[in-house]
Design a protein around this ligand. Structure first.
Ligand SMILES: [Fe+2]
Length: 194
């Protein structure tokens, strides 16, 4: 993440909006020269201008700061497009159903890329009543553990938070198909198609 909005981001978003420097300046009640200075890295927009600037450029303040713009064409939020973000500082787990710019503890978080589980994170499932009992044969120490399990189908999202010293297991109400995710604090996000 950029520490602050950059000139190249302002220029790119301004041009994408079809605005001239003068046009943007007028919207913000600043001089054309001020906009030109921002874009050529000779000055920064004042903090109080960030909100009006992002509104004028049609993005959120987070997008403006990060330089990443998010275009979600799928507004129906299919859960199979789920993305997971984990904050390395506080451990916060964030789930989105489309692209987003996600920030926690001052850090912009990338969406986690899921891999297929390896032998050290093998998933076992057994039916219990109308649920599935999911177990991961994996250590659950303070330093190395499974931090959550999630079961995702097109219309339902179930996430179970796991804790060190507890079992690496949980129950999910089961539907046909979907994806089972696990997150190991050392080895990252893994997914198995069911
Ligand atoms: Fe692991």
């Amino acid at each position: 993440m950029n520490a602050y909005v950059t000139g190249s981001t302002i220029r790119r978003l301004r041009e994408a909006r079809g605005l001239t420097q003068a046009g943007l300046a007028k919207l913000l009640d600043v001089s054309d020269k001020a906009v030109s200075k921002w874009e050529t890295a000779k000055g920064f927009p004042d903090l109080t201008l960030l909100e009006p600037l992002s509104a004028a450029l049609g993005v959120s303040v987070m997008e403006l700061l990060s330089g990443d713009t998010v275009v979600n064409r799928n507004r129906s939020a299919n859960l199979l497009r789920s993305r997971f973000y984990v904050c390395p500082i506080c451990g916060n787990v964030i789930h989105t159903t489309g692209e987003a710019v996600v920030s926690c503890c001052g850090v912009t978080l990338p969406p986690l890329e899921a891999e297929a589980p390896d032998d050290a994170h093998a998933i076992t499932m057994e039916p219990v009543e109308d649920e599935q009992y999911v177990t991961i044969d994996h250590p659950m120490t303070k330093t190395h553990h499974i931090s959550f399990l999630a079961y995702v189908t097109p219309d339902r999202f179930q996430l179970v938070k796991l804790y060190p010293e507890g079992p690496a297991a949980c129950r999910f109400r089961f539907q046909r198909g979907g994806y089972l995710y696990l997150y190991c604090n050392h080895h990252g996000l893994m997914v198995r198609k069911l």
